[in-house]
Ligand binder design. Structure first.
Ligand code: SIN
Ligand code: FE2
Length: 244
C-alpha cells in the first residue's frame, strides 16, 4: 500500500469511528456505494459557494485512470484553438452528452466530437456518481452533470484566468476533480483583475464552486515536473458541468 492509499484508509476509518459523514448532507441511498464519502475533516471552505474536498476522489482513482486511458481510443486528447487563434497548452477531450469545444467560431458545447464526427464517449456511471456526491457534500443538492471536460496538463502547461460561462444555468455548480501531479489552482474574483488565492491541489482533491462563487475567475499555474505513481508525468483534471 503506498502512502496515498494509507492516507485514504486512515480517513475512512476516522469517518467510521466518528459515526461517518456529517448527517443530513448526503443522500446516501440515492447513490451507488462504490464512490468515496466525504468526512467533515475533508471539507475546506474556499469562498462563499466554494469548497475544496480533500482526497474526495482518491479511493476510486484506478477506475478514473482506466476510463481516461480508454477515452484515448475513442476521443483522443487534442489541443484546441481559441477564437483568437491561440493553441491551448492544455489538451482536452470530453465524456458525456455534451462536450466543451473551442475553435475559430468560438467557445460552445457540442453533442458531436468535431474530430471524429461521433458523439462523445458516454459519462461513466462512477464519474457521474462522484460528481453528484461531491456537489452534495458542498451543499448543491440537485446537480445533474451532462458534460465532463477532461483536461490534460503536461509539465509546463497552464490555464490562464477565465470564467466558465458557456453553460445555460449558472445556478448549477462546477465540480472539478484533480488527478495525478499536483498543481496550483488560482481562485480569483468577479473581475479578471481581482486578486487571486493560490490553492495547492493534489491527487484526488475536488473543488466545487457554485452559488455566489459560480462566476469567479480561475486558472492553473504552469505544472511542475514530476511523476505520479498512477498517472505518470501529467495532471488530469475532470470538470463536471450542467451545460445544457
Ligand atoms: C478548468 O477551469 O476548466 C480546469 C481547472 C483545473 O484544471 O483545475
Ligand atoms: Fe474553468
Amino acid at each position: 500500500m503506498h502512502d496515498r492509499s494509507r492516507r485514504v484508509a486512515a480517513q475512512i476509518s476516522t469517518a467510521a469511528s466518528s459515526g461517518g459523514p456529517a448527517a443530513g448532507t448526503l443522500d446516501e441511498a440515492a447513490l451507488p456505494p462504490d464512490v468515496p464519502r466525504a468526512n467533515a475533516d475533508s471539507v475546506e471552505p474556499l469562498a462563499p459557494g466554494a469548497v475544496v474536498l480533500r482526497r474526495f476522489a482518491a479511493s476510486i482513482d484506478a477506475v478514473l485512470w482506466q476510463a481516461v486511458q480508454q477515452i484515448e481510443a475513442q476521443a483522443p486528447f487534442r489541443h484546441m484553438e481559441t477564437p483568437g487563434g491561440f493553441t491551448m497548452a492544455v489538451a482536452m477531450t470530453n465524456f458525456g452528452p455534451l462536450g466543451w469545444v473551442t475553435d475559430k467560431r468560438g467557445y460552445r458545447y457540442a453533442t458531436i466530437d468535431p474530430d471524429s464526427g461521433l458523439p462523445w464517449p458516454a459519462l461513466p456511471e462512477a464519474f457521474r456518481a462522484l460528481a453528484v456526491r461531491a456537489a452534495r457534500a458542498a451543499g448543491f443538492g440537485d446537480f445533474e452533470p451532462d458534460a465532463c471536460l477532461v483536461n490534460r496538463y503536461v509539465p509546463g502547461a497552464r490555464l490562464s484566468l477565465h470564467r466558465d460561462a458557456d453553460e445555460r444555468d449558472f445556478g448549477q455548480p462546477i465540480v472539478s476533480v484533480s488527478l495525478g501531479l499536483p498543481a496550483t489552482f488560482l481562485f480569483g474574483g468577479a473581475k479578471r483583475s481581482d486578486p487571486t488565492v493560490r490553492v495547492p491541489l493534489e491527487h484526488g482533491d475536488v473543488v466545487v464552486w457554485g452559488g455566489d462563487a459560480r462566476m469567479r475567475y480561475h486558472g492553473v499555474l504552469a505544472l511542475k515536473d514530476g511523476v505520479d505513481p498512477l498517472f505518470g508525468r501529467q495532471r488530469i483534471n475532470l470538470t463536471f458541468r450542467k451545460a445544457g
